[in-house]
Design a protein around this ligand. Structure first.
Ligand SMILES: [Zn+2]
Length: 240
């Protein structure tokens, strides 16, 4: 029996599988700097895969604040919707990384990447707007120089939409992450946007100007979703 006007706390201990398909929290592969096939973890929650990762009311209208923490090998770095606010070393040598709480958000916009620190990094932050939002582009270290075009589009677009909507982007950072294998072109996860390799990789020596145009459109599209879809969200999928 529940007593009216009382706040109850529900604790659920749960386990979810790391997937081998391209949905939920899944294994992804890349070729490292020594030419070997290596593994990292990526997520893709839209539309209904968040429920395979954590117990949740997995519907776009049901928003919540998420406080994520990740236990990981010290040689790995996690990325998520928030920024890492602190790290602790556990007695077995693993690290627990705590992320800043999210805003009220839908489950389909949750994101998590865990990747070897030696092979993944971000370009330097671009500071945008009066809130000093950090805009950055991340991926394998050996392709970072091919992400500079997307980096430029990304921070200029954030600046543009801050003014256009007259509502500042509300999170402390916005990351654009190239994950190689992604189901679709890109996903607008709140604060951690994930792209397929084709989405933001640009090398003018090998790809055409039409690809440059495609990257521009895609990055602008995903940033626009931070307001339309993330801040204000359709009640149900048929509203999309
Ligand atoms: Zn879209």
């Amino acid at each position: 029996m529940f007593i009216a006007r009382t706040t109850y706390t529900l604790r659920i201990f749960y386990a979810g599988d790391i997937n081998r398909e391209l949905y939920g929290f899944y294994m992804n592969h890349y070729i490292d700097s020594s030419g070997d096939k290596n593994m990292f973890m990526t997520s893709g929650m839209e539309p209904t895969s968040a429920r395979s990762v954590l117990p949740c009311i997995d519907e776009p209208a049901r928003k919540a604040i998420f406080k994520m923490s990740v236990v990981h090998d010290p040689l790995y770095t996690p990325w998520s919707n928030g920024e890492i606010e602190r790290r602790e070393t556990l007695s077995d040598g693993r690290i627990i990384s705590y992320f800043t709480p999210t805003l009220q958000m839908s489950t389909f916009l949750l994101a998590l990447i865990v990747a070897p620190t030696a092979d993944f990094a971000c370009l330097p932050d671009r500071i945008v707007g009066s809130k000093n939002t950090k805009s950055r582009v991340c991926g394998r270290t050996n392709i970072l120089s091919q992400l500079t075009y997307a980096d430029e589009v990304a921070y200029k677009t954030l600046e543009f939409f801050n003014t256009y909507f007259n509502i500042d982007y509300p999170l402390p950072k916005i990351e654009h992450f190239d994950v190689i294998n992604f189901p679709g072109e890109a996903m607008e996860n709140y604060g951690l946007l994930i792209y397929d390799d084709l989405g933001i990789f640009f090398d003018e020596k090998i790809v055409s100007s039409s690809i440059k145009q495609y990257i521009t459109t895609l990055v602008v599209h995903e940033i626009a979703h931070q307001w339309m879809g993330n801040l204000v969200t359709p009640a149900w999928w048929n509203e999309l």
